[in-house]
Write a protein that binds this ligand. Structure first.
Ligand SMILES: [Zn+2]
Length: 96
């Protein structure tokens, strides 16, 4: 189980995904032919918790001056409460 984030070159956000998400596909994205680092954007490496992915996405978002958003796959998991680690406050606090 892993979490990833994706920054589309033209988007004003960094989006967090779960590896099982079909759009994420364990950090490969839908365009499997070109793999990571496609011309449209960049996937992060995998993180073993939502919090770690969120923190890394936050650092990237600050550099790029964009927002961090959860993809629908994260919202669905949160709604289903299927994953304790998904809460931002469930582990150590996010460094500010
Ligand atoms: Zn997703």
């Amino acid at each position: 189980m892993a979490f990833y984030h994706f920054h589309h070159n033209k988007a004003r956000h960094v989006k967090i995904h779960h590896g099982d998400c079909p759009e994420c596909n364990e950090g490969k994205g839908k365009q499997t032919r070109s793999g990571r680092g496609t011309t449209t954007g960049n996937w992060s490496s995998g993180f073993n918790s939502y919090l770690k992915a969120y923190q890394d996405a936050n650092m990237l978002a600050r550099q790029l001056n964009v927002r961090v958003e959860d993809h629908d796959c994260i919202e669905k998991m949160r709604a289903a409460k299927s994953l304790g680690a998904i809460e931002k406050t469930s582990e150590e606090p996010v460094n500010s």
